[in-house]
Design a protein around this ligand. Structure first.
Ligand code: ZN
Length: 125
């Protein structure tokens, strides 16, 4: 990630290097000396020379754990399975009344695991 150097900071660095080269014989010039001079000049110019505080990497939110699902015996639609292995309470399709298959065990073998990718499980027996 490339961050733009503030023009004032760049000017301060250039000035520091030029000044260093002016006052230091080239035979005695060292990169450490230049770096030190640059850093001092930056600080003198009001900049901070420090470890950048890295933005804390945001952890990706975990994909919502999908609860296992099963097919209702009555309306033959799939719904979430409760912890005790029964179909979640739901309304009959297109109606505002509860489906008779609510809170009952799903069609045997219809329960899909939360981990199974349903698009790939079509060939399973
Ligand atoms: Zn139902």
């Amino acid at each position: 990630m490339k961050q733009p150097i503030p023009a004032a900071a760049f000017a301060a660095m250039r000035a520091a290097v030029e000044e260093y080269q002016l006052i230091t014989p080239s035979s005695q010039a060292t990169s450490a000396g230049i770096a030190s001079r640059v850093a001092q000049e930056l600080i003198a110019s009001g900049f901070e020379v420090r470890t950048a505080t890295r933005s804390v990497k945001r952890r990706r939110p975990r994909p919502r754990s999908r609860s296992p699902r099963g097919v209702c015996r009555t309306c033959e639609r799939d719904y979430a399975i409760t912890r005790d292995g029964r179909i979640r309470e739901h309304n009959a399709p297109g109606q505002s009344t509860g489906c008779r298959g609510s809170r009952k065990t799903p069609v045997p073998g219809s329960i899909t695991s939360a981990v199974v990718d349903r698009s790939r499980s079509s060939c399973s027996t």
